[in-house]
Write a new protein. Structure first.
Ligand SMILES: [Cu+2]
Length: 117
């Protein structure tokens, strides 16, 4: 009986935030700042890993790109970018300038309907 009571009190304690280990909201969560977007390009014209690396370099050097990963096997580039600094059209240009033909596979963003590819 008293054990039950103690358990109940403990549970209440958790809910009330007595135990810092129980609180996930204590961790700092990055919230407001321009949210990075992610876009996936299918890229035509790659013929080796060097091509993928060249595209990756070009993208990573481009303004507003936070991370770009290009895989030759998939012939895809996944680019995470700051939408306050650049956009999909600009990134497309970067890849075209590098000598390849990108087409957008999955633009990020919630406005254009949901997840059926
Ligand atoms: Cu190549």
């Amino acid at each position: 009986m008293s054990v039950r009571l103690a358990a109940a009190l403990l549970a209440l304690g958790c809910l009330g935030g007595w135990h810092t280990g129980c609180r996930s909201d204590v961790l700092p969560t990055p919230t407001v700042r321009a949210e990075p977007d992610v876009v996936t390009f299918a890229i035509a014209g790659m013929h080796c890993d060097g091509c993928a690396m060249a595209i990756g370099d070009a993208l990573n050097e481009a303004e507003g790109v936070e991370a770009a990963s290009v895989t030759f096997a998939d012939k895809r580039a996944v680019v995470r970018f700051d939408s306050a600094k650049t956009n999909v059209a600009a990134l497309t240009l970067v890849i075209e300038k590098a000598g390849y033909k990108p087409s957008v596979v999955a633009p990020a963003g919630g406005t254009s309907g949901s997840s059926t590819p």
